[in-house]
Design a protein around this ligand. Structure first.
Ligand SMILES: *[C@@H]1O[C@H](CO)[C@@H](O)[C@H](O)[C@H]1NC(C)=O
Ligand SMILES: *[C@@H]1O[C@H](CO)[C@@H](O)[C@H](O)[C@H]1NC(C)=O
Ligand SMILES: *[C@@H]1O[C@H](CO)[C@@H](O)[C@H](O)[C@H]1NC(C)=O
Ligand SMILES: *[C@@H]1O[C@H](CO)[C@@H](O)[C@H](O)[C@H]1NC(C)=O
Ligand SMILES: *[C@@H]1O[C@H](CO)[C@@H](O)[C@H](O)[C@H]1NC(C)=O
Ligand SMILES: *[C@@H]1O[C@H](CO)[C@@H](O)[C@H](O)[C@H]1NC(C)=O
Ligand SMILES: *[C@@H]1O[C@H](CO)[C@@H](O)[C@H](O)[C@H]1NC(C)=O
Ligand SMILES: *[C@@H]1O[C@H](CO)[C@@H](O)[C@H](O)[C@H]1NC(C)=O
Ligand SMILES: *[C@@H]1O[C@H](CO)[C@@H](O)[C@H](O)[C@H]1NC(C)=O
Ligand SMILES: [Cu+2]
Length: 576
């Protein structure tokens, strides 16, 4: 009797121990999952606008596969390059803490993955949450090599808004009829003129109703009346900022660039290339069909741009087919006019950080490093280059503090880490070399070339003022910083006034972003603590401007402790 009892007790307790171990292990795995993916870059034929052509894709998909993970997870992405072009990928909005080796911009943090070769990227999602994305960072390949990257809250946590019924990524893209996108950068450089302008914008790969041969394939999103949806909107367009709206529906913006915002309602968005926005949609209108649409916001005077409008359909489930609303073409939403800077300002002025007692806003207050970067589109004389098909028989260029960035032949990160000389100079100007009325009239156009960096001490508290200029033409420049997010503490038109403007800063709840639209003929002040060691690119996300040289680089030194130093380079890092 006793004996039997003791055996069963032992069995029970063993069972309990094993059971608890299983539970413990499950919890541990649930807390930090490692996702493995294989991304094969290859070309595939797609038909759009009555025309079939081959484009570069990941795994044959356009847009590419959606990555999904929770905050706290890790991703290991094995990239196999089966295309005939050099390639790198960038995880846009992922901070890559201590790991610039996986950040991606070619010749900045790595040499490209050559045709036939592979490279493994590692992404550790420590701080980001919301919608970010991934894209090629090699010439113009990102036009088709891109996809959504969804970071759910940590397991066991929830959104700072009611759980939506469904979540739908909406990727805004672009299509060039016939042209090989991989020729655009080289041709632009050869001619000195404007790069080829796209023939269509797309929503989830489809141009939509208003373009030839596109109606039946228009992207459709079906909703149940009274339910709420989370739209994860990404602007993957190369060259244009976009206005976006859904007819008859109010949008509630809840996050941007993978960082929560204080909620606000709006009838339209202005989203720049590089930005992502999480938007709640309440399906609270009459059952029926409604257009969502996007078209350009273009503030550069005289610049050519794609003036078309892309649409997709929002369709209520079970709506009555006899309803006359469903027989006719849905109505288009109101979108501000192309050059409506006022609509842009009105929209972006609403951004505020989402603040709770759990997540206070840690805006750096004591600044030890002040930088003023003037960003310009320039024109150069043609003595050294022919032909020159830019305005006035000159060639386009663009610059930050009068330096037009030149890609080195070995990546800056490797050169820095291995102390290879002659690749870059550490004398990038911390202020414009010449002070002038940046937003004045009739400014001279020239700039100079260089591969220059600013070196920051670990933990520097940085204020960077991005000053738009009217050198050739003013424009809204979406400036993206790799490796960091920053607080946008102030913004305005005209020249930044060092004495007066800081008095108007928002140091209480400024939005935290990774890509900020610097107003046309205006300035934006951002702050961040340089606590992520590595080599980090800062650039305009309008691809033509980046191609012309609107790039700058920060090198952030290692900190004093092991956990504040850059990781070691991986063994499979491609060489040049
Ligand atoms: C652009 O053209 C210049 C002059 O021909 C050349 O030195 C440079 O390497 C070219 N850059 C690219 C990215 O093709
Ligand atoms: C949607 O908005 C348009 C114009 O703003 C209006 O004419 C139309 O009646 C609205 N449709 C519905 C179903 O509310
Ligand atoms: C947005 O509009 C909805 C419906 O009109 C309202 O219930 C909600 O409170 C508004 N949200 C904000 C942040 O204004
Ligand atoms: C926008 O373009 C229209 C039409 O070309 C022009 O009349 C108007 O002055 C422009 N507005 C701004 C703010 O540039
Ligand atoms: C560019 O050309 C113009 C007119 O041909 C000349 O006045 C100017 O000095 C040149 N600028 C440079 C930087 O060479
Ligand atoms: C800069 O130029 C603009 C446009 O001509 C003018 O309105 C402004 O007053 C000038 N600012 C200064 C400080 O001279
Ligand atoms: C930019 O550099 C060019 C070439 O050195 C020079 O001619 C021009 O004056 C500089 N412009 C400014 C605004 O510093
Ligand atoms: C960086 O600064 C933070 C905040 O001032 C401080 O807590 C931390 O110890 C610093 N880290 C290093 C390595 O100096
Ligand atoms: C590809 O990258 C390698 C290594 O940097 C370089 O030598 C080669 O010229 C590149 N090829 C093209 C077509 O750009
Ligand atoms: Cu730009």
């Amino acid at each position: 009797m006793d004996f039997k009892l003791s055996i069963s007790t032992t069995i029970v307790s063993t069972f309990t121990i094993v059971f608890s171990l299983v539970v413990l292990l499950t919890i541990q795995i649930a807390e930090a999952k490692i996702h493995r993916h294989t991304f094969t870059i290859k070309s595939k034929a797609y038909t759009r606008l009555c025309d079939t052509k081959k484009i570069l894709t990941v795994n044959g998909e356009f847009p590419g596969p959606t990555l999904k993970a929770h905050r706290g997870d890790k991703l290991i992405v094995n990239v196999i390059n089966k295309a005939n072009y050099n390639m790198t990928l960038h995880w846009h909005g992922a901070r890559q803490v201590r790991n610039p080796w996986s950040d991606g911009p070619e010749y900045v943090t790595q040499c490209p993955i050559r045709p036939g070769e592979r490279y493994v990227y590692r992404i550790d999602l420590k701080v980001e949450e919301g919608t970010i994305w991934w894209h090629a960072h090699s010439q113009w390949a990102r036009a088709t090599v891109h996809g959504a990257f969804i970071v759910y809250p940590k397991r066991g946590s929830s959104y700072p808004f009611p759980k939506p019924h469904r979540e739908i990524p909406l990727i805004l893209g672009e299509w060039w009829k016939k042209k090989n996108i991989m020729d655009i950068a080289g041709n632009t450089n050869k001619t000195g003129g404007e790069p080829a302008i796209s023939d269509a914008y797309t929503i989830n790969g489809q141009p939509g109703y208003l373009y030839p041969c596109s109606k039946p394939d228009t992207f459709k999103m079906t909703v149940v009346r009274h339910r709420r949806y989370l739209l994860r909107i990404i602007n993957a367009v190369m060259d244009e900022e976009l206005f976006f709206a859904i007819a008859n529906h109010t949008l509630t913006v809840v996050a941007k660039d993978g960082l929560y915002l204080k909620h606000f309602n709006t009838s339209y968005l202005m989203i720049t290339p590089g930005q992502s926005m999480d938007v709640l949609l309440h399906a609270n209108q009459r059952s029926g069909r409604y257009f969502m649409a996007a078209r350009a916001y273009s503030s550069a005077f005289g610049a050519g741009f794609d003036k078309t409008t892309t649409t997709a359909i929002l369709k209520y489930k079970g709506h009555s087919l006899t309803d006359k609303l469903n027989r006719k073409t849905p109505v288009l939403p109101y979108l501000p006019p192309y050059n409506h800077t006022e609509a842009t300002t009105r929209f972006t002025n609403q951004f505020r950080s989402y603040r709770t007692s759990n997540s206070p806003v840690n805006v750096p207050v004591k600044i030890d490093t002040r930088l003023l970067y003037a960003i310009s589109v320039n024109l150069l004389n043609c003595s050294d280059y022919k032909p020159c098909s830019g305005p006035f028989g000159k060639r386009f260029s663009s610059s930050v503090n009068n330096v037009s960035f030149v890609n080195p032949t070995v990546d800056i990160l490797r050169a820095y880490y291995r102390r290879i000389g002659g690749v870059f100079q550490a004398d990038f100007p911390r202020n414009p070399p010449t002070e002038f009325n940046y937003t004045g009239e009739n400014l001279p156009f020239p700039t100079r070339f260089g591969t220059k960096v600013v070196v920051l001490d670990f933990n520097s508290s940085v204020e960077l003022v991005l000053q738009g200029t009217n050198v050739l033409a003013s424009d809204n420049h979406p400036i993206h910083l790799h490796g960091y997010s920053f607080f946008v503490v102030g913004s305005g038109f005209g020249n930044f006034d060092r004495r007066k403007d800081p008095l108007k800063y928002n140091l209480v709840d400024p939005p935290e972003e990774t890509t900020v639209g610097v107003p046309s003929n205006g300035w934006t002040a951002v702050r961040f603590v340089a606590n992520n060691p590595g080599v980090w690119l800062l650039h305009c996300h309008i691809e033509r401007h980046a191609t012309w040289g609107m790039n700058a680089v920060f090198i952030v030194k290692d900190g004093p402790t092991k956990s504040s130093r850059m990781l070691k380079p991986p063994p499979d890092l491609p060489s040049c």
